[in-house]
Design a protein around this ligand. Sequence first.
Ligand code: ARG
Length: 466
Amino acid sequence: MAQSNDALWGGRFATGPADAMAALSKSTHFDWRLALYDLRGTAAHIKDLNQAGLLTDEELAVLDKAVKELAKRVETGSFKPRAEEEDVHAALERGLIEIAGNEAGAKVRAGRSRNDQIATLIRLYMLDAADALESWLLDYIDALSSKAEEYMGVSMAGRTHLQHAQPILLSHHLAAHAWPQVRNLQRIEDFRKRAKKSPYGSAALAGNSFGMDVDMIAQELGFSSTTENSLDATSSRDLVAEFSFILSLVAIDLSRFAEEIIAWATLDFGYLRLSDEFSTGSSMMPQKKNPDVAELARGKSGRIIGNLTGLLATLKALPLAYNRDLQEDKEPLFDSVDSLALLMPAFIGMVRTMEFDRSRLEATATDGYSLATDVAEWLVKQGVAFREAHEITGQLVQFCEQKGAGLQELSDEEYQGISRHLKPEIRKVLTLSSSIESKTGPGGTSSKQVIEQLVQLRKLTGKGKK
Ligand code: ARG
């Protein structure tokens, strides 16, 4: 392929790149989505060049108009990169020269490099993606909180190792899926502090020599300050890895609930029904209703984790400063953001429209002798050492299992036969509500504590009860 006359380099080359070289090098097909960020950078950069005496006021005026016009053309799609253009920067420089003319247009590249440009653009992109992610997360936490409020008071089996463990409130379980996402919101907030530093002016690696006011550019672009080291600023992508990690955690946390939803929607569990809007059918089996949103959440979390680990491998052992390997940071990042952009609205919709089977949840809440711990704790309150209380309760469970009876179904004599400590009053603690309401410690499953955490969630999301 002949090197385009508009290419950003070529003076020292006798020939243009081979077709295979150009094809490998090209990033326009994926970095074009950064075009408007690049133009925002250019708008600030030309002001700075003018202040530094490198552009006349007239040239600035011509270029400023041209940048605005080009941005409009990019937005409407009337300006597009050419097939032979290497990257977003090359295409936009050509576009600017087409509108502003070569005299002013050819001066714009002074004092900047694609290296500090791309490092800036990726931060701007992530800061916007962070805003979008934040609003999906708030919406999701709101959906969970609303469901928890709707089903307040409904009990279910709490599980460890997926086995019945102790009864809990369904609302407690739903809220438990909100808290990891609250921490992801905090991670985003913390990430922003580091991402809000502008690499502009770091140039190719060593910084610029024109005395440019990089603080002004940083401010124009919405950053709060500038980076401290031009080598680091142009060659580090730890922020991309950090943001990809947050995206991975969001997906992993969704996948954990997704796994439960898939199980809970089966006939065997029978805990919930998904709405028709957020389920799919089978092409062969007419009766099927499948939880595909949850399955895709589980599937996409794998893909998003893969994007993160691929990026980490790319970054490992890269020497200072910029290396072309860094071009590989964008596709995985974009893919993770795009995947969540598809997934989150569907997942939120699925949660908002799911219906629980209250009687099924309650009927199975005490299966598997899940009140046994309440017996042991009652014994402790009667003065029995926990070790002994555990042993006695274990024997009670064994007896009931052999008899095929529930813990509360034995006669006074049978209780006494197992241990003199098992007084008839034990039956009082052997109810679902007494078990749940006894967990009054902070963060516990009693309704008072669960209502308290829902109030906290509402405060965090700033949304009132719907
Ligand atoms: N397309 C490049 C990237 O994404 C932009 C920087 C290119 N710099 C260079 N020296 N070739 O990283």
